[in-house]
Design a protein around this ligand. Structure first.
Ligand SMILES: O=C(CO)COP(=O)(O)O
Length: 253
């Protein structure tokens, strides 16, 4: 997918992680139906586990809800037991993919170089990537948060992103699933640093790439976070599992 010339709409993305059995499809259907009644100003995407990808794409077909995978392998096919490729995500009805989530970097030891290779695969598979970066609590306490995240970003983004639609998500690891949302000051500082790096790297395009915030986004704090400068959406974990909460966040955008 190539970039449109207009400023992208914010993206509210629900990452279901390793949650969701068939009954969860009802939540996605409820989100799609509500958006039909009351269209959102933001784009809305749901990233279910791979097992639900195809069924969720069918469940929300014809609605404005986009569907994506939570990860993809750098190769298009082959002997890689347990992995799925960008091409498979597209085949199942997905249009987007999350890459470099801190849970993948931690649980599976993914390096920035591997993340960049996955981004290349996403582009080759015609998926719009959401590329995640974020520091640990130790890095933040050591005063290294900004330099670490900017370095991680630099190494996780391949040059081939130039001219392509993509999103960056800043997710401080210490804010994920903890209820400890980053302060608006922290978010403003980090998003400004990410914006500067994107503008240096990608020129004019870098000024409009949506930078999402993720980490304990809830209906109660969404409006304040989404109103902060350079916040172009949210990557939502726990609060995306229930249609009611996810819709409240969507409407806050
Ligand atoms: O990691 C996240 C989304 O990718 C954030 O998760 P929570 O919203 O549950 O903190």
């Amino acid at each position: 997918m190539t970039l449109s010339s207009t400023t992208p709409r914010p993206l509210i993305a629900g990452n279901w992680k390793m949650n969701g059995l068939a009954a969860a499809l009802d939540e996605a259907r409820a989100v799609a139906a509500a958006l039909e009644q009351r269209p959102a100003s933001a784009r809305v995407a749901i990233f279910p586990p791979s097992t639900l990808l195809h069924r969720l794409a069918e469940a929300v077909e014809g609605s404005t809800v986009l569907v994506g995978g939570q990860d993809c392998h750098p190769k298009a096919s082959g002997a890689h037991t347990g992995d799925i490729s960008a091409e498979m995500i597209g085949d199942a009805g997905g249009a987007m993919v999350i890459v470099g989530h801190s849970e993948r970097r931690t649980d599976h030891g993914e390096t920035c170089q591997q993340v960049a290779a996955k981004v290349e695969a996403a582009l080759a598979g015609d998926l719009e990537p959401v590329i995640c970066v974020g520091e640990s609590l130790e890095q933040r306490q050591a005063g290294e948060a900004v330099s670490f995240v900017v370095g991680q970003l630099r190494n996780s983004l391949p040059d081939s992103l130039q001219g392509k639609a993509f999103n960056v998500a800043y997710e401080p690891i210490w804010a994920i699933g903890t209820g400890h949302v980053a302060s608006v000051d922290n978010i403003i500082e980090m998003h400004a640093a990410i914006r500067a790096e994107l503008a240096t790297r990608f020129g004019e395009q870098g000024r409009t790439i949506p930078i999402l915030y993720g980490g304990s986004v809830k209906p109660e704090n969404a409006a304040e976070i989404l109103a902060a400068p350079e916040v172009g959406g949210a990557l939502v974990g726990g609060a995306s599992l229930k249609a009611k909460d996810f819709l409240a966040i969507i409407q806050a955008a």
